[in-house]
Write a protein that binds this ligand. Structure first.
Ligand SMILES: [Zn+2]
Ligand SMILES: [Zn+2]
Length: 361
């Protein structure tokens, strides 16, 4: 039997989102029905609405979520009704060429629910990132549910499902930041601030936050930035070098994802340093670099997809660190809102007025 619940739907390119009645089927084999408790508003949801991801409208938006398992389908043994879970979009398959080589964080065949959720008239919905959690209930693959300590509030836990994990992971997984490193982060929105928090967790000695907006630089200090650079007032590469004894940072993380910022990240590295791209560029962007600089400066340039996270490894660990007071996930939550406020939250996000708005159900 399908469950009729409220969900936030993007009906067409650029159209305002609306709360609609959606039908969520009972879980089939390998699936789980989750009662969503909280879901953060992410830039990717806005990208979906604007048609920037694909054209498979209507979308059921929302993907940074936590909730409680209500029912599981046939064959699901590692999850039970009542479990508190964070939803992930990397339910690893265990059998693709990457999983078989022991690198499940690069899985090429991640799982989603196979039954569609629909509008009341039967029109199938495309759930954002295979999740669709701006809804009272959602249907996912059981592997998309990662159990964590239920003492963590849902509005905090859900943030690990996307942006905050991407940022922390860019520092600790992709960047391999370790004790004593110098780290610079370009762009201090949710992902950039999470990268700063990750660098602090990993023991970085110098953490330089770079942004155009003084308010965001202030926020960055709450997450562990030891120095700030306003890119409107200073040359970013020069400023980072000055703050690192003239050398550049060991790891520079581009959380913006534009050719200009990526070049800054590339040149603000120390020799043999690492530049990590976690901000998502648009398909039209081009990068031009002298090849001799790529060679002679050594080191590496890496992309970070979802912070190269493995949900089963990283989510429970980060929630424990949060509960121990060592990772201030709560500081990412600027406001809690209702399902009907998502459109306004998009606007606030677009104008940089919030770090995260979180829908609480
Ligand atoms: Zn795989
Ligand atoms: Zn996201």
């Amino acid at each position: 039997m399908a469950h009729a619940v409220n969900g936030v739907v993007a009906a067409g390119r650029g159209a305002k989102v609306s709360v609609e009645t959606i039908l969520v089927p009972d879980p089939g084999p390998g699936e789980a029905l989750v009662k969503v408790q909280a879901c953060g508003v992410c830039h990717t949801d806005l990208h979906y609405r604007e048609g920037g991801i694909n054209d498979e409208f209507p979308f059921l938006l929302g993907h940074e979520a936590a909730g409680v398992v209500e029912a599981v389908g046939e064959g699901v043994t590692d999850l039970a009704p009542g479990d508190f879970v964070i939803l992930n979009w990397r339910a690893v398959c265990g059998s693709c060429r990457s999983c078989l080589r022991g690198r499940p964080q690069y899985c090429f065949n991640t799982h989603n629910a196979s039954q569609p959720m629909t509008l009341a008239d039967g029109t199938p919905l495309s759930p954002a990132l295979g999740i669709g959690a701006f809804a009272e209930k959602t249907l996912v693959h059981s592997g998309q549910c990662t159990k964590v300590n239920p003492k963590a509030p849902a509005e905090v836990a859900g943030l690990l499902g996307c942006g905050v994990m991407a940022g922390i992971g860019a520092a600790i997984n992709t960047g391999g930041v370790t004790r004593g490193d110098s780290v610079a982060v370009l762009g201090c929105g949710g992902v950039g601030d999470a990268a700063i928090a990750g660098a602090r967790l990993a023991g970085a000695r110098t953490i330089i936050a770079v942004d155009l907006d003084p308010t965001k630089l202030e926020w960055a200090q709450r997450f562990g930035a030891t120095h700030t650079v306003n890119a409107r007032e200073q040359d970013v590469v020069e400023a980072i070098r000055e703050l690192t004894e003239g050398n550049g940072a060991d790891v520079v993380i581009d959380a913006v994802g534009r050719p200009e910022t990526f070049k800054q990240a590339f040149y603000a590295r120390d020799h043999a340093g690492l530049a990590v791209l976690v901000g998502v560029p648009t398909p039209d962007m081009q990068l031009e670099l002298p090849l001799i600089d790529v060679f002679s400066r050594g080191g590496a340039v890496k992309s970070s997809w979802y912070g190269d996270c493995l949900p089963s490894r990283d989510f429970p660990m980060l929630i424990d660190l949060y509960l121990q007071g060592r990772l201030d996930l709560g500081a990412f939550v600027t406001e809690t809102i209702g399902l009907e406020d998502v459109e306004k939250a998009f606007e606030d996000m677009h104008h940089g007025r919030v770090l995260r708005s979180v829908v609480v159900l």
